[in-house]
Design a protein around this ligand. Structure first.
Ligand code: RI2
Length: 318
C-alpha cells in the first residue's frame, strides 16, 4: 500500500526507474538522491523521528523498483547513514546536504574513472560495447579528449536496444560507430582491441553483473584474446556479497520481447526475460573504477576498505 506521507516526487522517481525511463546505474542513483532530498524538503513531519521514518520508507520504496542495480541501495545507504539530528530542521538539513554531497561525488567519480579507462585505450583502437553505460561513455570521452582517435562496434542490445543510445552518444564524440546485432559479436571479434562494458553490480569474488548478453560476449572475447574491461564506479560494488549473498537477477515483462499480436500468433510458449547476467571473473581483464584499475579477483580488497563498516540496511523493514 502506498504511504500517504511520501512526496509525489518519490512516486515519480520510483515509477520512472521501474519503467526504465530512468535507467543506468549512475542515473538511477542520482535520482534516488533527488527523491530523498525532495522528501526531506517537502515533508510535513513534526518530529525528527517521523522524518527519519519517512526517509527510510522512501528508501524501501525505491529499492524495490529494480532488484539488481546495487547503486540504488548504495545511494540510500550513503545518504541515510549521514542523515542525523534531533530536530526536524537538523534532520532535513543533513539529508539535503548528504544527498547533494552524494551527487557531487557521483559526478566526480565518473570523471576520475573515465581518465583511468582512457589510459587503457590507444590511438586507433576499436572497442566493442554492449548496452549503454555512462561509465563506459566517460572512458571514451576522456580518451577522445586526450586526442585519441577511436572506433566502436556497438551491439544493439536486445530487447530494449540501449545500444542505440550508445551509438548516438559515441557519434557525438566523433567516434566512428558501426552498429551490429548482438549475435554478430563473434563475427567481428578479431577486429576488436577492447570489449568495454559497464556494470550494474560487482560481487565480492569479482563477478560482473551486467546487461544480459555480457557473459556470452566475454566468453567470445576471451576466445579471441580481446580484453574485457568493465567500467564501474565503486557505487556498483555490492557489499552484501561479502557475506555470501547472491545478486538477484531482475526478470522483466515478456512484453519487452513480444507484442500482444505476436504473442497470440505464436501460441502457448514460455517467455523468459532476464535483464542481466553474471560474468565470472576469469573472463574479465580489469575493473576500472574511480579508485584505479583492479583485477576482478582483487576487488574484494577495495570492497572491504569502502564497506568495512558492513552492509547494514539503514532503511529497516518498516
Ligand atoms: P551506468 C545498464 O542497465 C547497463 O547494464 C549498464 O551497463 C549499467 O546499467 C550501468 O550503467 P539498465 O539500467 O551506471 O539499462 O554506467 O538495465 O550508466
Amino acid at each position: 500500500m502506498e504511504r500517504e506521507d511520501l512526496q509525489p516526487r518519490v512516486h515519480d522517481v520510483a515509477g520512472a526507474i521501474e519503467t526504465m525511463e530512468t535507467r543506468g546505474a549512475a542515473a538511477i542513483a542520482s535520482e534516488v538522491a533527488d527523491a530523498l532530498r525532495a522528501q526531506a524538503v517537502e515533508s510535513e513531519a513534526e518530529t525528527a523521528a517521523q522524518l527519519q521514518a519517512e526517509l527510510r520508507a522512501v528508501a524501501r520504496t525505491l529499492i524495490e523498483t529494480r532488484p539488481t542495480a546495487v547503486s540504488l541501495p548504495n545511494a540510500c545507504r550513503y545518504i541515510l547513514r549521514r542523515t542525523v539530528g534531533d530536530s526536524v530542521d537538523t534532520v532535513r538539513t543533513s539529508a539535503v546536504e548528504s544527498a547533494e554531497e552524494f551527487q557531487t561525488r557521483l559526478a566526480t567519480a565518473q570523471l576520475d574513472l573515465g581518465q583511468v579507462g582512457a589510459n587503457r585505450l590507444r590511438d586507433g583502437d576499436t572497442v566493442m560495447t554492449h548496452c549503454h553505460s555512462t561509465d563506459v561513455i566517460a572512458c571514451v570521452e576522456a580518451a577522445v579528449a586526450d586526442g585519441k582517435d577511436l572506433s566502436a562496434m556497438v551491439k544493439e542490445t536486445r530487447p530494449r536496444e540501449q545500444g542505440h543510445i550508445t551509438a548516438r552518444e559515441l557519434t557525438e564524440l566523433d567516434v566512428d560507430v558501426t552498429l551490429v546485432v548482438d549475435s554478430a559479436a563473434r563475427r567481428y571479434m578479431n577486429d576488436i582491441d577492447h570489449v568495454l562494458v559497464g556494470a550494474d553490480a560487482i560481487a565480492a569474488d569479482g563477478s560482473v553483473v551486467n546487461k544480459i548478453g555480457t557473459s556470452g560476449l566475454a566468453v567470445v572475447a576471451l576466445e579471441r584474446g580481446a580484453p574485457v574491461v568493465v567500467a564501474a564506479q565503486t557505487l556498483k560494488l555490492d557489499p552484501a556479497t561479502m557475506t555470501g549473498n547472491a545478486v538477484e537477477i531482475e526478470m522483466r515483462e515478456e512484453s519487452e520481447l513480444l507484442d500482444a499480436d505476436e504473442r497470440d500468433a505464436i501460441g502457448e510458449i514460455t517467455v523468459e526475460n532476464p535483464a542481466f547476467d553474471v560474468t565470472p571473473p576469469r573472463y574479465v581483464d580489469a575493473i576500472v573504477t574511480e579508485r584505479g584499475q583492479f583485477p576482478p579477483e582483487s576487488i574484494v580488497t577495495l570492497m572491504r576498505e569502502l564497506f568495512g563498516e558492513g552492509s547494514t540496511e539503514p532503511w529497516g523493514t518498516e
